[in-house]
Design a protein around this ligand. Sequence first.
Ligand SMILES: C[S@@+](CC[C@H](N)C(=O)[O-])C[C@H]1O[C@@H](n2cnc3c(N)ncnc32)[C@H](O)[C@@H]1O
Length: 392
Amino acid sequence: MQGVTLRLTGGDRPALVVGATRQAISAVATLRESGMPVRLCTTARPPASLIAHDEQGDFEWCARAFSQEDVSAARLVIAADGDPAVNTVLRNSARHADKLFLDATTGRGDFELLGAASRDNPRDDLWQHAQVCLVGAGPGDPGLLTLDGQQALAGCDVVLYDRLVAPAVLDFAPKNAERRFVGKQRDHHHMRQPALNALMIELAEQGQRVVRLKGGDPFVFGRGGEELIDLARAGIATRVIPGVTSGSGCATYADIPLTHRGVAASVQFLTAHGRHGELDHDWTSLVRGGHTLVVYMGVMALDNLCPALTRHGMRVDTPAALIERGTTPEQRVLTGTVSSLPGIAARHTVTSPAVLIVGDVVNLRHTIARARTLEHTEDPVIDPGSPRAYGI
Ligand SMILES: C[S@@+](CC[C@H](N)C(=O)[O-])C[C@H]1O[C@@H](n2cnc3c(N)ncnc32)[C@H](O)[C@@H]1O
């Protein structure tokens, strides 16, 4: 009878779930949503978020192996133990007692759980594996958020977001989801990292689905690694969803390919913000030819890093670009050389956020602009009303 859908509604007799796997947790959540009483039998300790629901009386957790009485009393039986032998014994008991049965670890049984995680419902699938999702929001253009990022947001209860996250990205969260700003803002009080990590753990243990929304990519100068380690140490199931990092997104929106055959075969992301203020780089590797540097906290880089690069042997006429508020409608791109750019930026009062790109690839921006102009003057068949005609 596999493939028959069962609508789950309330009732007096409980559903019996056996195991403490993620499938067990998902089954308990789905059954609770349907209003059906649930009895969970497992000798393993379920996650803290689930225990909290047991304490609220939402379901009954029996810290022991299941018995034939549990099966007889049940309206339906769901096997979700990590040990297949336990699931097999349970299936035989359920059949013997003429109960509806599902093995949630294999998806085989007498019915499908409506609303249970399935490949057809990737959003639930995503949250089935995680209590907290660290989501990269990209550098500014909301169109750069990944589909997984959207799905994590759409299924969350709380969003903890940073300063550089575009407001439009927050719109992917449900209207009733709580939105908390936890980022740094000059002259404003902000939440310190240990307090923020503790908040995420507390919310997750309350059973909330938490999205930690970070600008760019969580693992690029974003402290995502530190957050992940703290969450993992606290036993919180976590998923990290990458984002377009600003170095890459800004370069692309500014028509600067970070690598280009014959121009640059390698690219390096670095920060101008030293751990204790000082810059500690392998200068010989930074100033070599055929290499592109992408410098985060780029405004700071102008006064610190640019002079240091030329002092360590970089050509003073090495092309450089500063991209301010990249990928947003306010994007500004200033170009010059590694020695002239600090002065140019000061005259144009560039402010954070900005990334600095140093290397011969910066000249390709002009090559691309010229190629676009040539293309539509030389090609008479292009419709002058088409975006291509304007090089968009
Ligand atoms: C703390 S780092 C966070 C980086 C982020 N995790 C990422 O992957 O892009 C902040 C720096 O990212 C860069 N940045 C972020 N968004 C930017 C944007 N829209 N335009 C230019 N630079 C940006 C700036 O250099 C800024 O100082």
